[in-house]
Ligand binder design. Structure first.
Ligand code: BT5
Length: 245
């Protein structure tokens, strides 16, 4: 199976320019602080210091994953945290196209396949830039996946039982993300929000937020998680959510 990420056939604005490194610390670092145009994309086959949120690590064996960062220059007044949900939605759609299985988005940044986290998103802001990083576990065997994570990890291969073409997945991810981003620029978050509602992993689940337990209800018009706690609707802008499996 052709599986090179070095040169992808890309036709849109996302991926121009296209920076490929066989190995790097983090694709985020290839774009943060740069003066490249919106749509610049950095891709690697392996990160030696892959970043998760809140100082956590993102880990993968070389050559197994689709790892990329996209440089965005959104209008300053726009609500940038929505971009992380937009990227998760793009990954969910691309994975669905690749596997023919339905995917969910777990607020705020995880893509779930068969109740396992197969992709994560990290949005880092450095005004006027937002660098959105997406990591998809593609061809890890079950033994190669991190264990002990609070959300169990999976890969496309561990769920479907077969290998997938990382280059094709990445090309489709970038084109879906570009379409969603253009829609967000011109029409706001409403359309993506409706698509997220159809894939909301937490909706209806019992969740614990800052020690309090309630039921996740949905995602509000600015991308916050809605949780019903003691009959009242609480809006959660960021932070850690524990959920009942
Ligand atoms: C994320 O953080 O899910 C964001 C991941 C973003 C990764 C991409 S790869 C391209 C770009 N460049 C980077 O350096 N980063 C971005 P968070 O929700 O904090 O999840 C991190 C936690 O997930 C870790 O503490 C582990 O428990 C677990 N984890 C680590 N590697 C994983 C993997 N490959 N699959 C599933 N879970 C993982």
């Amino acid at each position: 199976m052709p599986d090179s990420l070095e040169a992808l056939e890309l036709y849109g604005r996302f991926g121009s320019p296209y920076l490929y490194e066989p190995e790097c610390e983090s694709t985020q670092l290839l774009l943060l602080g740069s003066d490249l145009p919106e749509g610049a994309v950095a891709v690697t086959d392996h990160q030696t210091a892959g970043r998760g949120r809140l100082g956590r690590r993102w880990e993968e064996p070389p050559g197994t994953s689709a790892l990329c960062s996209v440089l965005l220059r959104p209008p300053p007044e726009r609500h940038a945290p929505e971009l992380s949900l937009l990227a998760a939605l793009a990954a969910a759609e691309a994975i669905e196209l690749a596997t023919d299985l339905s995917t969910q988005v777990k607020w705020p940044n995880d893509v779930m396949l068969n109740r396992r986290k197969v992709a994560g998103v990290l949005a880092e802001m450095q005004a006027p830039l937002v660098v959105v990083g997406i990591g998809i576990n593609v061809n890890q065997t079950p033994e190669q996946l991190p264990d002990g994570a609070s959300t169990p990890a999976g890969s496309l291969r561990s769920v479907t039982g077969c290998e997938h073409d990382r280059g094709a997945l990445l090309a489709s991810l970038l084109s879906v993300l570009e379409r969603l981003y253009e829609g967000w620029l011109s029409g706001g978050f409403a359309e993506a929000r409706a698509e997220l509602a159809a894939r909301d992993f937490l909706r209806g689940r019992r969740v614990t937020v800052e020690g309090e337990t309630g039921i996740a209800v949905g995602i509000d018009p600015s991308g916050r998680l809605e949780v019903e706690l003691d009959g009242e609707l609480r809006l959660v802008a960021s932070g850690e959510i524990e959920y009942e499996r």
